[in-house]
Design a protein around this ligand. Structure first.
Ligand code: ADP
Ligand code: MG
Length: 250
């Protein structure tokens, strides 16, 4: 039998996560980061980009919900954030609403042709800048403008293919409620992606703690255990989740 080939990994730079993921996300894969508000999705994604930019991999944050100016302001409260990475162009922020305006995609719902234009624009941006790490915050906001599940499927499959062709690893943020029945708004998204990282809040002895779990990661024999996620100034720390107190999403 031929020996198994190890996949090239894109280290997230978050030690706890890389330990679970045999070194990182398989390079070129598309991963859903799913959770309710305040669970740390944006912070995790930003740290992934900062750590990448530090390693010389150009990183792109596509922002839909928050303006990049505000994001950078909030980020400045974290010690792990390095403004110089933005100034030297290794860490790039693009506001998707501005891109919609520039392309004339102003309507509530996008037609198939407009979805085409959007995919091509993102792909051109990634290719021309040589982007190796991409975050879309959030996929949910982009999907609000699609009429049918087929459009979501088409958008994700084609974007996934474009990104994997240039070995760009991506995190797509999925906004869900506190006690969700699935990991995404439509349920289509989680079936298409190569991985799902789930974040949620839970109560432990009266405190609310953030918990993270890798639910799916293609090409990886990963732990599915729950870990407490601590957002600290120097970055995300993870520790085994010792159960106790009342459980349940909050
Ligand atoms: N400098 C900081 N140090 C530690 N935690 C912070 C800091 N700035 C913000 N936070 C925490 O991050 C939370 C926001 O997390 P965020 O990643 O935006 O969540 P989500 O994107 O899932 O809504 C805030 O509610 C706060 O608890
Ligand atoms: Mg967020």
């Amino acid at each position: 039998m031929a020996p198994a080939t190890a996949l090239e990994r894109c280290a997230t730079g978050i030690t706890g996560l890389d330990n679970i993921l045999e070194g990182g996300i398989p390079r070129g894969n598309m991963v859903l980061v799913s959770g309710s508000v305040g669970t740390g999705k944006t912070t995790l994604c930003l740290e992934f980009l900062v750590r990448g930019a530090e390693r010389g991999e150009r990183s792109l944050f596509l922002s839909v919900t928050e303006s990049s100016t505000k994001l950078i302001q909030n980020l400045s409260t974290f010690e792990f954030f390095r403004r110089d990475l933005v100034d030297q162009g290794s860490l790039v922020f693009v506001d998707l609403p501005a891109v919609y305006d520039r392309l004339g995609l102003g309507k509530e719902e996008l037609s198939s042709e407009e979805v085409d234009i959007l995919i091509r624009t993102i792909s051109d941006l990634v290719r021309s800048l040589g982007v190796k790490r991409l975050v879309l915050d959030s996929l949910t906001s982009v999907c609000y403008r699609f009429r049918k599940d087929e459009q979501i499927r088409d958008f994700m499959l084609r974007l996934g293919q474009e990104l994997s062709d240039v070995r760009c690893t991506s995190l797509l943020v999925s906004e869900i409620g506190p006690n969700p029945a699935r990991y995404s708004l439509h349920g289509v998204e989680e079936a298409i992606v190569d991985g799902v990282i789930l974040l949620w809040n839970t109560r432990r002895f009266g405190d609310i703690v953030r918990v993270v779990q890798v639910v799916k990661m293609r090409g990886t024999a990963h732990s599915r255990a729950q870990y407490v996620l601590d957002l600290t100034s120097i970055g995300i720390l993870m520790a085994p989740h010792l159960k106790g107190g009342r459980e349940g999403g909050v």
